[in-house]
Design a protein around this ligand. Structure first.
Ligand SMILES: Nc1ncnc2c1ncn2[C@@H]1O[C@H](COP(=O)(O)OP(=O)(O)OP(=O)(O)O)[C@@H](O)[C@H]1O
Ligand SMILES: [Mg+2]
Length: 461
C-alpha cells in the first residue's frame, strides 16, 4: 500500500485525542479526528477512512450508536472501540454490534499500535481476497460467443490472455465445437485485428495443390501456371493464418511448413526470390495429434512449433448449461433470416435438447434449431418441431456391450485391420481407406501386429 491508511479518531477528551493523533501520525498513518460522534460521521462521509478508533462514552450520540451507524454505512470498515477499564460488558456489546476489536483504557501505545495494525491487515487481506475472487469470477464476453459455463469461460480466458501475443495456438476439439469461431476471436482480439484473417483447410485441397495454395507460384512453375499467384502465407502478411485440419497435412508438406514457421520466409513455387512475412499462426485439429505423433504421421518438431499454446474446446455434452443461451442465439438468427419472431421453446422441448448427447456439438444444435424454426407453426417451438438425429452406433442403454465377449480393444482392433486387408485383397492403401486411417497410420499398426510391409500388391490385376 503506497497511500497512507487513514484513521478516524473519535474521542471527546482533548489530551487523549492529541496523543493518539501524534502517535499514529508517527507510525505513518494519516489521521482525522472528532470530539463527538456527529462530527465523526460527517468526516466519515468526506474522507476515505480505513479504520475508526472510537471512545464508547461520548457526549451526544454515544459510542455504541455511532458504531451501529458506521456499520450501517459501511459494514466492511473496521471499528475499534475504547472503553474504560471495568466495563468489559460494554466491550462485549460493542463486538456484538460489529466492532472488530476493543481496547480497555488505559492502554499502552504499543498495544494500540498492535491492534490498529492487526485490524488494518485483516481488512487488507479481505480486500485482496475479494479482488482475487472478483478476478476469478471475471466474466469474459465476446460478441456472438455463448460462454456461460465454466468450461467455456476458461476457453475465453485463455483467448483473452494469448490473443495479444504472437504465440502459435493449437485449437483442439471435436467437430462442431467452435474451433473456427475461437480462431476468429483470437484474431479479432489481437493487435493484428485490422490485418487479414486467412484460412486454409488442408483436407479441402488436393495434396498436389496444397503447396501452391500455401506458398503461391511463379509463372511457368508447373503446367497451367500461366501467371504468378500469391499464396496464403503472403495474403496473411500482418494478419493471422488459420491452418484448419492440420492433422491431415501430408508429411512432405509438414516439412515445408516447419521451415516457414522457423524462418518466417519461403519462396513461391518455381520462384527464386525469398519472401519474408509477419504472420501469426493458428492451427486446428479434431484429431488427437499426440496419437498421430506416435504413429509417425505427424512430425514432432512441427507439433511443438504449433502447440505453443493449446486451447481445447470442450464438446457440447460437457457444457450443456450453455444450451439455453445457444438456442436463444440461434432463434434470434433464424428470426433475422426469416422475419418470423420466435419466443422460445416449451419446457418439454428444452428438456429434449438437454438430454441429447450432441455428437455433432454446437453445429448440430444450430442445425436442429434452424430446422425447428422452419417447421414450427407458431412463435413457440414444441417437441414435435424438434428432430434430433438418431444416436449413432449402439442404442442407448446397451453401453456395456461395447466389445465382443472376451476380446480386448487391441485384439478387436487387430481383427478389424485384418478384416479390412482381406476385403481390400491385400491392397494397403485401400485397407487404410476402409479403416479411415492414413497409409502411415496403417503401416504403423501393421508393424505392431507383425505383418510385414512388403511391396504393395497391385489391385488392378
Ligand atoms: N459457444 C458458442 N457460441 C455461439 N456459437 C457457437 C459456439 N460454439 C460453436 N458455435 C457455432 O457453431 C458452429 C460450428 O462451429 P465451428 O465451425 O467453429 O466448429 P469447428 O470446431 O470449427 O468444427 P469443425 O471441426 O467441423 O471444423 C458455428 O456456426 C459457430 O458459430
Ligand atoms: Mg472448423
Amino acid at each position: 500500500m503506497t497511500v497512507k491508511p487513514t484513521i478516524l479518531i473519535v474521542e471527546d477528551e482533548a489530551k487523549m485525542r492529541r496523543l493518539l493523533e501524534l502517535n499514529l501520525g508517527e507510525d505513518g498513518f494519516a489521521t482525522v479526528s472528532a470530539a463527538d460522534a456527529e462530527t465523526g460521521l460527517k468526516l466519515l462521509q468526506n474522507a476515505p477512512v480505513d479504520l475508526v478508533l472510537t471512545d464508547v462514552k461520548l457526549p451526544g450520540m454515544d459510542g455504541m450508536e455511532f458504531l451501529q451507524t458506521v456499520k450501517r454505512l459501511n459494514a466492511a470498515l473496521p471499528v475499534v472501540v475504547m472503553t474504560a477499564f471495568g466495563s468489559v460488558e460494554m466491550a462485549v456489546d460493542a463486538i456484538k454490534a460489529g466492532a472488530s476489536n476493543y481496547m480497555l483504557k488505559p492502554f499502552s501505545l504499543d498495544e494500540m499500535r498492535l491492534v490498529v495494525r492487526k485490524e488494518l491487515d485483516v481488512r487488507r487481506l479481505r480486500d485482496e481476497n475479494r479482488s482475487l475472487r472478483e478476478a476469478l469470477h471475471q466474466r469474459f464476453e465476446h460478441p456472438n460467443i455463448v460462454a456461460r459455463s465454466a468450461k467455456m469461460q476458461e476457453v475465453l480466458a485463455t483467448v483473452e490472455r494469448v490473443a495479444p501475443t504472437n504465440s502459435s495456438v493449437l485449437l483442439g476439439g471435436e467437430s462442431g465445437v467452435g474451433k473456427d469461431m475461437i480462431a476468429r476471436a483470437l484474431h479479432e482480439k489481437s493487435r493484428r485485428a485490422s490485418g487479414p484473417f486467412v484460412k486454409i483447410n488442408s483436407t479441402a485441397i488436393p495434396e498436389n495443390l496444397l503447396e501452391s495454395e500455401l506458398f503461391g507460384y511463379e509463372k511457368g512453375a508447373f503446367t497451367g501456371a500461366v501467371g504468378s499467384k500469391r499464396g496464403k502465407f503472403e495474403l496473411a502478411d500482418n494478419g493471422t493464418l488459420f491452418l484448419d485440419e492440420i492433422g491431415d497435412v501430408p508429411l512432405p508438406m509438414q516439412v515445408k511448413l516447419l521451415r516457414v514457421l522457423q524462418e518466417r520466409e519461403f519462396e513461391r513455387l518455381g520462384g527464386t526470390r525469398t519472401l519474408k512475412v509477419d504472420v501469426r499462426l493458428i492451427a486446428a485439429t479434431n484429431r488427437d495429434l499426440r496419437a498421430a505423433l506416435e504413429e509417425g504421421t505427424f512430425r514432432e518438431d512441427l507439433y511443438y512449433r504449433l502447440n505453443v499454446v493449446p486451447i481445447d474446446i470442450p464438446p457440447l455434452r460437457d457444457h450443456k448449461e450453455d444450451i439455453p443461451e445457444l438456442v436463444t442465439l440461434f432463434l434470434a438468427r433464424s428470426a433475422a433470416d426469416s422475419g418470423q419472431e420466435f419466443e422460445g421453446l416449451t419446457p418439454e422441448a428444452m428438456k429434449l435438447l438437454m438430454a441429447h448427447h450432441w455428437p455433432g456439438n454446437v453445429r448440430e444444435l444450430q442445425n436442429i434449431v434452424e430446422r425447428a424454426t422452419a417447421l414450427a407453426k407458431g412463435p413457440v417451438i414444441d417437441v414435435i418441431d424438434i428432430h434430433l438425429d438418431p444416436p449413432r452406433g449402439r442404442p442407448p442403454g446397451s453401453s456395456t456391450a461395447a466389445l465382443p465377449e472376451g476380446m480386448t480393444l487391441e485384439q478387436w482392433e487387430d481383427e478389424m485391420i485384418r478384416e479390412a486387408l482381406r476385403r481390400a485383397q491385400g491392397n494397403k492403401s485401400q485397407a487404410a481407406r476402409i479403416l479411415g486411417l492414413s497409409r502411415n497410420a496403417l503401416r504403423y499398426r501393421l508393424s505392431k501386429i507383425g505383418i510385414e510391409d512388403e511391396p504393395e500388391k497391385d489391385s488392378s490385376g
